[in-house]
Design a protein. Structure first.
Length: 132
């Protein structure tokens, strides 16, 4: 697994394509793809949105369980996700839970990933892996 994280609109997907050789069509969109597609896919962008959908529709335990299943069943997946832990803490309880859940799931992804890159201003900074 390879994980690309960073702020919104920082060039994460472009960095993932350049570092992995994947094309635009290889990426699923976490905002709309199914769990089944993710379990078989090559790469996903907006992974944080996928977590939000599962959390809202199925609950906290389902989000954790799916993340574990995904990491186990599709270990070669390229994950692209926006970091959510910066800025003002949301007032809405669901939004706080969502932000925390994304952070914790991404920590587990980073533990299992072969490579983790944080993308800032379009520049990938590898923090885990052979080029770190």
């Amino acid at each position: 697994m390879k994980l690309f994280i960073g702020g919104a609109f920082q060039g994460k997907k472009k960095a993932a394509m350049e570092r992995t050789g994947l094309s635009e069509t290889d990426f699923l969109d976490g905002e709309s793809c199914t769990k089944e597609e993710l379990l078989k896919g090559k790469a996903v962008t907006h992974f944080h949105s996928c977590i939000r959908r599962i959390l809202r529709e199925e609950g906290e335990e389902a989000a954790d369980a799916f993340a574990e299943e995904l990491f186990r069943e599709n270990p070669g997946l390229i994950l692209v996700s926006t970091e959510l832990g910066y800025g003002i803490v949301p007032m809405d309880p669901f939004d706080r839970l969502y932000r925390e859940k994304v952070g914790r799931i991404l920590c587990r992804a980073a533990e299992q990933a072969d490579e983790v890159c944080r993308v800032v201003a379009g520049l990938p900074v590898c923090i885990k892996g052979e080029k770190a």
